[in-house]
Design a protein around this ligand. Structure first.
Ligand code: DON
Length: 321
């Protein structure tokens, strides 16, 4: 970092000027009062509708944050690309894709529906993520599997904030009739590897949804993905480059619920949203961005998060095409 600073050859050389534009965007988007805070998990309804945070971490470790960037929020569905990346890091893509497809589902994230091969459509919806949870450290007990996964999340976050929100976990498990139905349906269609304890796998899925980050630590996770699996803060390789490539590909096509096609068209960057109002946006080979504002649009995406992404690519040529 120091030598880059001396030679001024950072990935974003005019970082100060860039941050000034991010600041302007932050304040512009702050006035967007659209959307509703998710309430189907009772504990999530307690997030203030006013929380709004933006954090940036470049692949060479430059940082910028503004707003509510140190308040823990649950990953919710933002755990899904991480589960997929870890499954790919542990198993071959062929094996992982014996259990899950590559196509957008064109339906809601929690729909009880499989593709023509009787597999979940992709890893970014509930059906796919629940099945992939069964592939992480198979054969270990649930405690070890949770330890392993949360340690990997922590490494991706450069050892910054990762916590577990037990009340969100309990409250989701208490109210997750749809996910229980989905899990039994998946079992009926033999979607799980042999020997999977389905209810334990579902608990594991709820637990990963209840892992918390802050915008700051989330931006480091995004930056590790932008950086091919090497954490820019610690310099440690956490994921192999192929796991990251596959993960970003499916974030690009399936990461924003049933708005993924429009998002890919307008923003052209891999991203994943969660019902807590978080959006993890990756600018490959440049930086990771983590946005948080709880009010959601009809698709389940953060209203401020979407507006920020759209305005970002209007101001900078980050769109892939
Ligand atoms: O399964 C659920 O309902 C949540 N725990 C995850 C929801 C979420 O963020 C939706 N994502 N695709």
């Amino acid at each position: 970092l120091i030598s880059k600073a001396f030679h001024n050859n950072f990935i974003i050389p005019e970082f100060q000027t860039f941050c000034q534009s991010i600041d302007d965007l932050y304040w512009k988007v702050k006035s967007n009062t659209n959307g509703k805070v998710a309430s189907y998990i009772p504990q999530l309804a307690r997030y203030s509708a006013d929380f709004w945070g933006v954090s940036i971490c470049t692949i060479d470790g430059q940082r910028y944050s503004i707003g509510d960037v140190n308040i823990p929020l649950c990953l919710q569905s933002i755990s899904k690309p991480l589960t997929y990346a870890l499954a790919l890091n542990e198993h071959s893509p062929d094996l992982v894709h014996e259990y899950v497809g590559h196509e957008p589902s064109g339906r809601q994230f929690n729909e009880i529906k499989l593709n023509a091969d009787d597999k979940p459509h992709n890893p970014m919806i509930n059906a796919g993520a629940i099945v992939l949870c069964s592939l992480l450290k198979q054969g270990s007990n649930l405690a070890d599997r949770f330890d392993y996964t949360s340690e990997m999340f922590k490494k991706l976050a450069g050892n910054e904030h990762i916590s577990f929100n037990n009340s969100v976990f309990l409250s989701e498990r208490e109210t997750a009739d749809r996910n229980f139905a989905l899990a039994y349906y998946l079992r009926e269609y033999k979607c799980f590897p042999k020997g999977t304890h389905v209810m334990e796998t579902l608990d594991f899925y709820f637990q990963l949804c209840s892992v918390e980050v802050t915008c700051q630590s989330g931006s480091v996770i995004a930056a590790s993905l932008a950086n091919g699996g090497i954490c820019p803060i610690t310099g440690e390789r956490i994921l192999n480059p192929y796991s990251v490539r596959n993960t970003l590909s499916l974030m690009h096509s399936c990461g924003m619920y049933d708005y993924s096609g429009q998002f890919a068209f307008d923003v052209g960057l891999p991203s994943k949203s969660g019902v807590s109002g978080g959006v993890m946006l990756v600018v490959p080979n440049v930086m990771g961005i983590f946005l948080w504002a709880p009010p959601l649009d009809i698709y389940g995406n953060s209203c401020k998060g979407i507006q920020f992404c759209e305005e970002l690519v209007d101001n900078f040529n980050f769109h892939n095409y």
